[in-house]
Design a protein around this ligand. Structure first.
Ligand code: SF4
Length: 71
């Protein structure tokens, strides 16, 4: 099984929190320089157990700020 890589583009993230709701182990809203909390990736290479959650987070992020790639 290929390995997952997760990234959040903070130029796009506006802190809607959908990602954290879908995959709380992987994404966490934290204070940044932006005027709202933004999503920080806690696990950049999540294991297979997180695959569905991470893909849902990427699909439902309103700003399309999450990239999930595989190698
Ligand atoms: S759902 Fe998207 S815009 Fe919202 S906090 Fe997560 S990455 Fe940012």
């Amino acid at each position: 099984m290929s390995k997952l890589y997760v990234k959040v583009d903070l130029d796009l993230c506006q802190g809607h929190g959908v990602c954290q709701a879908e995959a709380a182990d992987v994404f966490q809203l934290q204070e940044t320089d932006a005027p709202y909390p933004q999503s920080i990736v806690l696990i950049e290479n999540p294991d297979e157990a997180h695959r569905e959650q991470v893909l849902r987070a990427a699909r439902f992020c309103p700003n399309s700020a999450i990239t999930v790639s595989e190698e």
